[in-house]
Design a protein around this ligand. Structure first.
Ligand code: COS
Length: 389
């Protein structure tokens, strides 16, 4: 049983334990190989699906378990504790699904969510382009309405689960003159003529996950696949990221915990100057700092997840804060774990160098940590202005 000092329900502890058991038994033995080869974890995703872990955050009427942000974060944390490449593959399907859950019509939810919730199909989210990263409204992908369908043209870049997912949420410009207010969100199915995939990226970390370009060339999609209404695409993207950035924090939390576990284990066994190195204060203080930062991170992730699940309307600031804070903790903790393992930490025989490589992306994707600060500051200014009135 997990240590339950966190006020989790009995069911949440069971979910966390199940995710941990699968991670330890099925992911740990293959993580180094998946990382080395950059191999997509197809078999592991099937195991998660069979264990009913894929639809924890999905309401029961759409084939899910009926949990929320907390269940999603607990699972992502445990998978990432062992392998963040697997963790993000799992979490990116929720990133692709959230636009449908948050903005989809009843028909769209009934059509697409049950297969995503059961894990039969993976989802993916496509906003980023070569020249539209932090500056998301600079996207060039166009969607033009022609009769009863939209025609998509453009290229999306660095899409997690690209090529592997069956269901894609794609943000494209329907009215480029209007900037952000001219974007719209669409559901695009794999196999639609005119929709193909570019090269698979060769990455520093999270190498088990698939990252590819999506290419749209006169790709015709039914007009019923528009999410919400025209012009809502940017809001769909931002509200989705508000819901999923705590998942990046949970991923970072898992990576940091995994690195601390390895560092403690190593420090207890490694003998130098005739003693285990854990008996030296230099090592003890590093471990104490790592553990303290992780404990604060866990409290923060669970607090934000509970806030969202309690029905809070605007959690943009909190989501940005937790993603910013915990990803920085993961980077620091993994660098320190490599330091504690010394030369061994730098070698691929030990998992901490992989954890350090995996941690880096959590400071970058779903909005860089510089963008998170922009979001936080914009909210502070808005709050101050509304208090003054
Ligand atoms: N919820 C609802 N609406 C939001 C919102 C949110 N969380 N954040 C922004 N908006 C709205 C704004 O209110 C504004 O609406 P109006 O045009 O009606 O005034 C509109 O979206 C544009 O917002 P803003 O003016 O802040 O946009 P900027 O061009 O300055 O860009 C963004 C700032 C939001 C694009 C930037 O902070 C951002 O998040 N970039 C990162 C994108 C990202 O995370 N990419 C990763 C892709 S997934 S791996």
């Amino acid at each position: 049983m997990s240590d339950n000092r966190y006020g989790l329900t009995e069911e949440q502890v069971m979910i966390k334990d199940l995710a941990r058991k699968i991670s330890e038994e099925k992911v740990k033995p293959v993580r180094a190989e998946l990382d080395e080869k950059g191999e997509f974890p197809t078999e592991i995703m099937k195991i998660f699906a069979d264990a009913d872990l894929c639809g924890l955050y999905v309401p029961e009427q759409y084939g899910g378990y009926g949990g929320g942000e907390m269940e999603f974060c607990l699972t992502t944390e445990e998978l990432s504790r062992v392998c963040a490449g697997v963790g993000v593959t799992f979490a990116a399907s929720a990133l692709g699904a959230y636009p449908i859950l948050l903005f989809g019509s009843e028909d769209q939810k009934k059509k697409y969510m049950p297969d995503i919730a059961s894990g039969k199909k993976l989802a993916a989210f496509a906003l980023t382009e070569a020249d539209a990263g932090s500056d998301a409204t600079a996207m060039k992908t166009r969607a033009v309405l022609k009769g009863d369908h939209y025609v998509l043209n453009g290229t999306k870049q660095w899409i997690t689960n690209g090529g592997e997912a069956e269901t894609y949420t794609v943000i494209a410009m329907t009215n480029p003159d209007k900037g952000g207010r001219g974007a719209s969100a669409f559901i695009v199915e794999k196999g639609t003529p005119g929709f193909s995939f570019g090269k698979k990226e060769n990455k520093l970390g999270i190498r088990a996950s698939a990252t590819r370009e999506l290419i749209f060339e006169d790709c015709k999609i039914p007009k019923e696949n528009l999410l919400g209404r025209e012009g809502l695409g940017f809001i769909v993207a931002m509200r989705t990221l508000d819901a999923t950035r705590p998942g990046i924090a949970a991923q970072a939390l898992g990576i940091a915990q995994g690195a601390l576990d390895e560092a403690i284990d190593y420090a207890r066994k490694r003998i130098q100057f005739g003693k285990p190195i854990i008996t030296f204060q230099a090592i003890q203080h590093m471990l104490a700092d790592m553990a303290t930062q992780i404990e604060a991170s866990r409290a923060f992730v669970y607090h934000v997840a509970r806030t969202i699940d309690s029905g809070a309307k605007d959690y943009s600031k909190l989501s940005a804060m937790v993603k910013l804070f915990v990803s920085d903790v993961a980077m620091k903790v993994t660098v320190d774990a490599v330091q504690i393992l010394g030369g061994y930490g730098y070698m691929k025989e030990y998992p901490v160098e992989k954890m350090m490589r995996d941690a880096k992306i959590t400071q970058i994707y779903e909005g860089t940590n510089q963008i998170q600060r922009n979001v936080i500051a914009a909210n502070l200014i808005k709050e101050a202005a509304s208090k003054k009135k």
